[in-house]
Design a binder for this molecule. Structure first.
Ligand code: PHE
Length: 341
């Protein structure tokens, strides 16, 4: 027995390990339940009574020895990795990592949404592929209205019902009005499509944010105040607004809103064609026919709506001259907006 103990001690003494896994293997080999040490302990029963004391002591010494040896090996290894870590220079500048930048239209869209959400509007979104009802019929467009024409609208199918690419996000307003009773206070951002030849000033798709507020006693004065607040927040506190009478099938009365030209400060320049004003949006009081067709009682509720093109606002804010830049993905153009947000 004593001999076995000595042999095991020698064996452990010579053991080496290069990895934490190898140390673990040694631990299992010698110290686990089925390990060599426990096997010796089991043999202890057969030791004659007079040697028990001596052998017991030796066994205990061996256990301590093996435990210390394995712990020692573990420590050596972790000291090694500390050394390796110490050779890494943490003060070196990191390799620059290009992160890209937000698209100018997204920056401006987020700005617009931000301003209106501070005035209590929430975001509503809807499908880009729509039916005639949500884009036109529910919004009081007469059957022969030119906007329904092939020249303006991209149709997906015409039978059995007209399925088309939405020409404005007013369709989302219809969807919300059909499902909810007032008060409704939403902005609808999204992409819209119109069949136009692509040039610096027109594109076959662009982006809008439209707004809708319906409640008891909503008036044109409320609309005007909300739009004035928006214009000042978006273009600066000096900005003035002007409303001109206009026509939309879904609002009555309707208006178009201009802001004072922020290039010449209203004096008149090439950008505002000498007028001192630039048009930015359409608006009006929701036509009672629209409320009725969406299941809202126009005798109880009134509301206003407005809609603007994000490209238009972006052009004014960042002086982008060619609409095509927004969809060409030229990184030299996109990188110009890195610092904008
Ligand atoms: N839907 C209109 C457009 O696409 C904009 C608008 C919205 C006008 C709401 C008035 C009221 O041009």
């Amino acid at each position: 027995m004593i001999e076995k103990i000595n042999r095991l001690k020698e064996e452990v003494e010579c053991a080496t390990a290069a990895t934490p896994e190898a140390v673990e293997e040694l631990r299992i080999k010698y110290l686990s339940k089925k390990g060599a040490l426990n096997a010796l302990m089991a043999d202890f029963r057969n030791v004659p009574a007079e040697s028990k004391r001596e052998v017991g002591q030796k066994l205990n010494e061996l256990k301590t020895f093996v435990t210390e040896k394995i712990n020692g090996l573990k420590e050596q290894l972790s000291a090694g990795s500390d050394l390796e870590a110490a050779s890494i220079d943490l003060t070196r500048t990191a390799t620059p990592f290009p992160t890209g930048s937000r698209h100018p239209l997204s920056i401006v869209k987020n700005d617009i949404i931000d301003i209106f959400s501070r005035m209590g509007f929430t975001i509503a979104e809807g499908p880009e592929i729509e039916d005639d009802w949500h884009v036109f019929s529910s919004l009081n467009f007469p059957p022969d209205h030119p906007a329904r024409d092939m020249q303006d609208t991209f149709f997906v199918t015409r039978t059995p019902v007209d399925v088309l690419l939405r020409t404005h996000t007013s369709s989302v307003q219809t969807r919300v009005m059909e499902k909810t009773q007032p008060p409704i206070r939403i902005v609808c951002p999204g992409r819209v499509y119109r069949n136009e030849a692509i040039s610096a000033r027109a594109h076959c798709f662009f982006h809008q944010v439209e707004g809708l507020y319906i409640d008891r006693n909503v008036s044109f004065a409320d609309l005007k105040q909300v739009l004035l607040t928006f214009a000042k927040e978006m273009f600066g506190p000096e900005t003035k607004i002007r409303l001109r009478p206009s026509f939309f099938p879904f609002t009555e009365p309707s208006a178009e809103m201009d802001i004072s030209c922020d290039i010449c400060g209203g004096k008149g320049c090439a950008f505002c064609k000498g007028t001192g004003w630039v048009e930015i949006l359409g608006c009006g009081m929701v036509d009672p026919n629209v409320l009725r067709s969406c299941g809202i009682d126009p005798e109880v509720y009134t509301g206003y709506a407005f809609g603007m093109g994000i490209e238009r606002i972006t052009n004014l804010k960042y002086k982008v001259k060619d609409l095509r830049m927004f969809s060409e993905n030229d990184v030299r153009f996109l990188e110009e907006f890195e610092s904008a947000r």
